[in-house]
Ligand binder design. Structure first.
Ligand code: HEC
Length: 138
């Protein structure tokens, strides 16, 4: 403990690392809460490279807190979203990705979707992944 400033920095780093680990643990529990979503993850697991960005996004971005695949939770089922937008072109996909990023209301009902902590390209990957459900890929 030679230099008190370095010591403080070390403590701050350790606390930050612990916070990050706790957060991931928490997110993990939520991401795995839904059986149907788990089932899809299993299917994705066997068909998708674990290095695929959608795989980790799906696990960590808490979508499954409000969305299941085949039934309504707080948000509409992913499959219903997929069916509604199955013919979406790139522009519509971009719009949906913005909705995922910034939140949305009254596309499905009165319950709003809050903003999600995803970048636009992450949101787009997730939307494309959801839309593949209606094409029988999952
Ligand atoms: C806190 C709950 C909640 C979370 C978390 C959440 N959603 Fe939603 N989502 C909703 C609700 C509610 C709606 C319906 C909103 C509406 O009627 O416009 C919705 C709608 C959607 C739609 C359809 C939008 C439209 O314009 O039709 C997509 C796509 C979507 N969510 C994807 C995601 C993805 C991907 C994630 C994870 C990054 C996510 N959601 C996280 C609650 C949530």
């Amino acid at each position: 403990m030679s230099d008190p400033i370095i010591f403080k920095k070390k403590i701050i780093t350790v606390v930050l690392v612990i916070c990050v680990l706790l957060q991931f643990g928490f997110l993990g529990v939520i991401a795995f809460a839904d059986d149907e979503v788990n089932e899809v993850i299993r299917k994705v697991d066997s068909t998708m490279n674990v290095n695929d960005p959608v795989y980790s996004l799906f696990k960590t971005k808490r979508c499954s807190m409000c969305h299941a695949v085949d039934h309504t939770l707080i948000g509409p089922p992913f499959r219903a979203i997929s069916i509604r937008y199955k013919d979406a072109d790139d522009t519509q996909i971009r719009t949906l990705a913005k909705t995922v990023m910034y939140g949305g209301i009254r596309n499905w009902g009165e319950v709003p979707m809050p903003a999600n902590s995803v970048t636009l390209s992450e949101a787009e990957l997730l939307v494309r992944w959801i839309l593949r459900l209606s094409h029988g890929e999952l």
